[in-house]
Ligand binder design. Structure first.
Ligand code: SF4
Ligand code: SF4
Length: 466
């Protein structure tokens, strides 16, 4: 009998005659556990893959792990084999779906237009529903899914984190080196914990902030979960940039999480609940656009029509909402900056812009951030090698698969440093935390800012202290 391990050792599609004999034999031995009937990866999408392998070179998990089954092509073989009853949905196979970062680089690369994003989005909920996870895996996932998408819960823990950092416990834990040995995933979580400041505890943005000068647009702002707690300065800068460029900004108080985290991890029901809440919170705002300044959140917000595809009550609202969602850089590049920009330094300022996968591959936004930054007088943009390769953050991937994520983080930081830039610009809080961690591990000090913070400084005529 062919086991999933036998299948994984192969790199070619399974021959039809082998499939036949396998099925006959298999029916006498055990029933193979496959995908359930609820939205399995579509066979017609799987069949569009011509197995050319162009995607392998751009796949970060393949780059690090080096196995066919941890590449886009390998995972598509695997989906096909499970669909055909040739391999089982079991730990040996699901580990290869778990190793996918969901960065969507393969979607950009594929010359045949294979919609791997749809395939992996259909596969993840199947894994969550049908493959029991180990106890440690269940514990860490329960912690993540019950904490990160709920900013109010996360906020209640901030005093504890503050105490942990301020009174030397963090230093002690890191110096001892015990945590990674005992609980590697908890250690991975700890290693990206940003510095807790008084700003993290604040939740006092007004609901409506008027435009400066003539009002051009009325826009809504999504605050994000991690962004509002650990990068509140980015939200404040975004508001100032928008208002300085003629936008009235509306911030519904009852907005929650955009659902990116559960959606990327196949937690369908949680994602639907959060998406409905988000739509409802903007229902009465009558905004021209809904603005988001975090790449991963923006990608999910634009996918609400898919997330709520089976909900007849919300589908229309979800599509209308998704149509209004704009990444802040996409929006500003389209409507144009009207505020005057000043230099950020006395001389030239070299900036390496770090592409977030969910902007570059997920939303096809790469020129707009560069165009905006290049408008700041004195700025020169530097392009790192492998700019399109994931930094390893990938939502909560760096907590769930720390080894692969660390390798990618090291590569990314090396490439960014090699540009000789004075500063790194990043449009995603997850990428920012990952890059800061690996800069720290390399003992390198180089500022990292969101493009909105740079534009805000420039509009207000402030100089950077480099
Ligand atoms: S996903 Fe696209 S690039 Fe990758 S092997 Fe299939 S057809 Fe080729
Ligand atoms: S989404 Fe990223 S990690 Fe996953 S298969 Fe595609 S390129 Fe590889």
């Amino acid at each position: 009998m062919q086991t999933s391990e036998d299948f994984l050792a192969k790199t070619k599609p399974i021959a039809p005659e082998r499939s036949k004999s396998f099925n006959v034999q298999e029916s006498f031995e055990r029933e193979i556990k496959g995908f359930d009937a609820k939205n399995p990866p579509k066979q017609e999408l799987i069949d569009t893959c011509v197995h050319c392998g162009f995607c392998l070179a751009t796949c970060p998990s393949y780059r690090v792990i080096g196995k066919e089954m941890d590449s886009p092509r390998g995972r598509i073989y695997l989906m096909n084999a499970i669909n055909q009853g040739e391999a089982a949905l079991e730990e040996a196979t699901t580990q290869h779906f778990d190793s996918c970062l969901g960065c969507l680089a393969c979607v950009t690369t594929c010359p045949s237009g294979v919609q791997y994003d749809k395939l992996i989005a259909a596969t993840r909920p199947q894994v969550e529903r049908n493959q029991p996870r180990s106890l440690p895996d269940r514990l860490i996932r329960t912690l993540i899914f019950n904490l990160f998408p709920y900013p109010n819960r996360l906020r209640t823990l901030l005093p504890l984190f503050w105490f942990y950092q301020k009174f030397g416990l963090q230093k002690l834990v890191r110096q001892s080196g015990l945590l990674p040995k005992l609980f590697p995933r908890l250690a991975a979580m700890e290693s990206i914990l940003p510095e807790i400041t008084a700003d993290s505890l604040q939740d006092n943005l007004p609901e409506i902030i008027p435009a400066q000068g003539k009002k051009r647009y009325r826009v809504g702002l999504i605050l994000g979960c991690v962004q509002r707690l650990f990068f509140s300065s980015v939200n404040e800068a975004t508001i100032r940039v928008l208002t300085a460029n003629g936008c009235e900004v509306v911030i519904p108080k009852n907005q929650g999480c955009c659902a990116a985290l559960p959606a990327h991890q196949g937690q369908e029901e949680q994602a639907r609940v959060l998406a409905r809440q988000m739509i409802d919170s903007f229902a009465q705002t009558e905004v021209d656009a809904v603005i988001i300044n975090a790449a991963g959140c923006g990608h999910t917000l634009k996918e609400y029509g898919h997330i709520l595809a089976d909900d007849p009550e919300y589908l229309g609202k979800a599509k209308a909402f998704a149509n209004k969602v704009k990444d802040i850089q996409e929006f500003l590049a389209k409507v144009g900056l009207t505020a005057k920009l000043s230099p950020l330094t006395e001389g030239e300022l070299k900036i390496a812009y770090q592409d977030a996968c969910h902007l570059l591959h997920g939303q096809k936004i790469s020129l707009q951030p560069r165009q905006l930054l290049a408008q700041i007088p004195g700025v020169t943009l530097k392009e790192p090698v492998d700019a399109a390769l994931c930094c390893g953050s990938a939502g909560v991937y760096n907590m769930l698969q720390p080894e692969v994520a660390d390798e990618l983080g090291q590569q990314k930081v090396t490439n960014l440093l090699n540009t000789g830039a004075d500063l790194i610009a990043s449009s995603n809080p997850g990428c920012s935390l990952q890059i800061k961690k690996h800069l720290r591990l390399k003992n390198k000090v180089i500022p990292l800012m969101h493009p909105m913070e740079l534009l805000d400084y420039s509009i207000r005529g402030m100089k950077l202290n480099l």
